[in-house]
Design a protein around this ligand. Structure first.
Ligand SMILES: O=P(O)(O)OC[C@H]1O[C@](O)(COP(=O)(O)O)[C@@H](O)[C@@H]1O
Ligand SMILES: [Mg+2]
Ligand SMILES: [Mg+2]
Length: 348
């Protein structure tokens, strides 16, 4: 395999059946839908405001933009031509049944970062593919009530200046770029590794007052920079598009946090375990990075419902581990900064 091989060539060389393997067929169908979606996004016709043509609320409880609904329909149409038994989508209340005897189940966020549609910023698609294994007679949703480690493949597609696919079939994480002249995704980087050291952190800092003390302490120390216990300065980034933040972290390292907070409905954060956090965690672990809910690896968590939320911390391993220490080790969350006194009061 060489850089510039097509996704089709890449998949045909994968062990376990090449292009005939169910996972390869599902990935190809998703990539074809993504090509169509990329064209639609780049035309901008649905992006004037990002507001919904027909106002609606999705299965996850968020307002839907027209493009959210179109992306969902395009992905579902594509998956109905793949060996997929069922789909759990951010845009559907319940699991959609396709070919019920087929071997795969797909969880997806058809369009992530949709608040960015109207402002011409990167948005994306997130998907995780797992075996459609469930005891006879149980609900279809039970198939998704298994840890993220059950995934066989996962990917994100970023519709940005480039349309990029970050893909793992469980043997490393690879980047493909949509080559519009060839009309297909081509391999751009094989076996990427999340850089270990980086000076960027990403968090929606407007929620500072709602965070728990360990998260405040971590961010306080980043803000203190060279004057604090970290002994060096940081940059902060917030795009409000999970796929775009993730792509930057795959390229440059760093850390992303969307913690639980004290706002009503945000105790478990904002992001969804099954179709946002778990696929990303799969890609990150395959690229030498890490993803937790603050302490526990995301891939060990079992969703109890398809739209369950989770706090999410991901990026370079050492940084993610450091955040966990702020939750468990008083040495990290206290005494190491001039803000100690304030923190002590907060924790009391
Ligand atoms: O507006 P906030 O609270 O900063 O949240 C931003 C987060 O919400 C999301 O937009 C949620 O995804 P959806 O757009 O698929 O609902 C993430 O992409 C992003 O990280
Ligand atoms: Mg999303
Ligand atoms: Mg979405």
């Amino acid at each position: 395999m060489s850089v510039r091989d097509s996704l089709t060539t890449f998949l045909s060389n994968e062990p376990g059946g090449g292009l005939d393997a169910p996972v390869a067929r599902a990935v190809l169908k998703i990539s074809q839908a993504a090509r169509g979606l990329s064209d639609l996004v780049s035309l901008g016709l649905l992006a004037q405001t990002g507001l919904p043509a027909i106002p609606g609320i999705n299965g996850g409880g968020d307002a839907q933009a027209e493009l959210d609904i179109i992306a969902n329909d395009m992905m579902l149409d594509a998956l109905s031509e793949a060996p997929v038994a069922m789909v759990a989508s951010e845009e559907l209340d319940d699991v959609a049944l396709l070919d019920t005897g087929a071997p795969l189940a797909v969880a997806m966020d058809p369009l992530d970062g949709s608040s960015n549609i109207g402002v011409n910023m990167s948005i994306g698609t997130i998907f995780g593919i797992r075996p459609a294994l469930y005891p006879m007679g149980s609900r279809a949703a039970a198939v998704f009530e298994a840890p993220g480690r059950a995934q066989q493949a996962a990917g994100i597609i970023v519709y940005g200046p480039q349309t990029s696919l970050v893909l793992s079939l469980g043997r490393g994480t690879h980047i493909f770029i949509l080559d519009r002249n060839r009309g297909e995704f081509v391999l751009a980087k094989r076996d990427i590794q999340v850089p270990r050291s980086a000076k960027e952190y990403a968090i929606n800092a407007s929620n500072y007052r709602h965070w728990d003390p360990p998260v405040r302490a971590y961010v306080d120390d980043c803000v203190l920079g060279a004057d604090g216990p970290r002994g060096g300065d940081f940059n902060m980034r917030w795009i409000a598009s999970l796929v775009a933040e993730a792509y930057r972290i795959f390229m440059r390292g760093g850390i992303f946090l969307y913690p639980g907070d004290s706002r009503p409905g945000y105790r478990q954060g904002r992001l969804r375990l099954l179709y946002e956090a778990a696929p990303l965690a799969f890609l990150l672990e395959q690229a030498g990075g890490a993803a937790t809910d603050g302490q526990t690896p995301i891939l060990d968590l079992v969703p109890s419902s398809i739209h369950q939320r989770t706090p999410l911390v991901f990026g370079s391993v050492e940084k993610v581990e450091r955040v966990a220490k702020y939750h468990t080790d008083p040495h990290y969350s206290a005494e190491r900064s001039p803000l100690f006194g304030k923190r002590g009061l907060l924790r009391a």
